[in-house]
Design a binder for this molecule. Structure first.
Ligand code: AMP
Ligand code: MG
Length: 479
């Protein structure tokens, strides 16, 4: 069964300090340039009808259910009041199966929360969001998704004039850690309670009647984030702006601006041009995740217990669980990446030693695991070193103890080691072509990224780490 849009706006049941409903800012000549057929189908949408209604995807039509959300956030450690400065919720689409998703435009013009910004977006960064979110989804990592990109036909001023674009993105909600920080900072305890109850209805409805529902809710959010960040670490993904406003309660990833997949393995890798101190370096991501969740826990303290002392104990226990959940997910994932079905305590030393070898020999993160999966050991940069040979034989010995047929080991490794990821040089060239009006490289790259665990197809040039760089790859946000 397919439908056209079926919008509601339950978020508007919250007090009006949580949102703003302003005028729309239509553009002259909207043109649909990217559309996600698979996503449309999974939402039960009639893709042709949705595509014909370009005006809606461009922000040219005011819906009864549209609004922009208020939120706050710690950006690089500093607290700021924010909000959807260039985003407009079209509404919550309820699918024929009864699933509720937020459908939001990004780049649709200024809002109450724009703080001097133009509310617009350039085509390049919107194509990047489309590519990376689709890659994430295909890797099996929770993420918001992109439905479409529409060119506005209007220029936006960045370092130089760029073409304007509007992205339509879909998420199970846009509730952030920063939304709770906003409720706590701008409202009263009652506002935090109203928001928490709303979030529970959206994400954890089974908790709604539990006496300790806020504690359980915090535990759920913590577990979702721990697993998300473990997933990122296991594919070498560096988010770049893990601010609390970019941390969803749902556990989906979002805001793929200054992000990148690591090529050469080094724990201190940073990509974002604005992250001068390396706050969001690869190896720091698990700690930043915990820091962000501590900010959420702070807002919920009055809901957790009658005294602050007890509330803090509860929050600390849940934040300790984050570390446990993260470590289990990460080390189990690493064990799977080297073909071990059941992780034993000693295996952590084995995977640690592999990562040390990769760092010392400046190995490509993805292709190391790819080569191990394919049995192409001679192509590993550490294959001829004594410590490399020692690792390979220790690994083979451990695999032998497992006593499983090679096919089973290979199957597990293929499920956990992507054969192909969005390589920075391919993403950049696709974006540059898109800015010139050529979307063929983006479509070709998307087709590859949609089958990341496909070892049967020859992915050719998409596997190559790209030309060596004399300077760090940099990605930019807020554009
Ligand atoms: P982001 O880096 O996209 O997470 O954005 C951080 C904050 O800046 C959010 O409140 C955005 O809505 C706002 N923002 C980013 N770019 C713009 C823009 N061009 N115009 C208005 N607000 C913006
Ligand atoms: Mg953001």
């Amino acid at each position: 069964m397919t439908t056209n849009w079926n919008f509601e706006a339950t978020y508007l049941e919250l007090r009006d300090m949580f949102y703003h409903r302003g005028p729309i800012h239509p553009v002259d000549t909207p043109e649909l340039v990217l559309f996600n057929e698979a996503l449309a189908a999974s939402l039960g949408l009639d893709a042709e009808a949705v595509k014909e209604d370009v005006a809606l995807l461009a922000g040219n039509i005011q819906t009864d259910t549209s609004f922009s959300e208020a939120y706050a956030g710690h950006q690089f450690g500093h607290f700021t009041m924010l909000g959807d400065g260039r985003a407009l919720m079209l509404g919550e689409h309820v699918t024929p199966n009864g699933k509720r998703v937020d459908v939001q435009l990004k780049g649709s013009g200024p809002t109450e929360y724009s703080r001097g910004g133009d509310g617009r977006a350039a085509i390049g960064p919107m194509v990047r969001e489309f590519l990376i979110s689709e890659a994430m989804h295909s890797l099996g990592i929770p993420t918001n998704r992109a439905l479409s990109v529409v060119k506005t036909g209007e220029p936006v001023m960045r370092q130089r004039p760029e073409q304007g674009a509007v992205l339509t993105r879909v998420a199970s909600s846009h509730l952030r850690v920063g939304t709770f920080q906003y409720a706590a900072a701008a409202g009263s305890i009652d506002d935090v309670i109203a928001l928490a109850d709303y979030a529970i209805r959206r994400h954890d409805p089974d908790l709604a009647n539990q006496p300790n529902r806020y504690e359980q809710f915090l535990g759920r959010v913590i577990a979702r984030q721990a697993k998300l960040i473990a997933d990122w670490q296991l594919v070498g993904f560096i988010h770049g702006v893990m601010n609390t406003d970019n941390t969803f309660i749902s556990g989906e990833g979002l805001d793929y601006g200054p992000c990148a997949f690591m090529d050469t393995y080094h724990p201190q890798t940073v990509f974002s041009s604005i992250d001068r101190e390396g706050r969001y370096a690869y190896a720091n991501q698990p700690y930043i995740g915990s820091w962000n969740l501590a900010r959420l826990a702070e807002t919920l303290l009055p809901l957790l217990a009658d005294t602050q002392e007890v509330a803090i104990d509860i929050a600390n226990r849940l934040l300790n669980d984050y570390t446990e959940t993260y470590k289990t997910a990460y080390f189990t994932g690493l064990a799977h990446k080297i073909g071990l079905y059941v992780r034993k305590e000693e295996d952590d030393a084995l995977t640690d030693e592999l990562l040390r070898l990769m760092m010392e020999t400046e190995s490509d993160f993805t292709n190391t695991f790819r080569s191990l999966t394919l049995g192409e050991f001679e192509s590993l940069p550490f294959a001829s070193r004594d410590d490399g040979k020692a690792w390979l034989s220790a690994w083979q010995k451990r695999l032998g103890e497992q006593g499983l047929p090679d096919e089973d080991v290979t199957r597990l490794m293929r499920q956990h080691n992507p054969a192909v990821i969005p390589r920075n040089h391919h993403v950049e060239s696709a974006i540059q072509a898109a800015a010139r009006g050529d979307f063929a490289p983006t479509e070709m790259l998307l087709a590859v990224l949609r089958k990341p665990y496909d070892y049967e197809t020859d992915h050719g040039r998409y596997v190559s780490p790209g030309p060596p760089r004399s300077y760090p790859y940099q990605t930019f946000c807020g554009t």
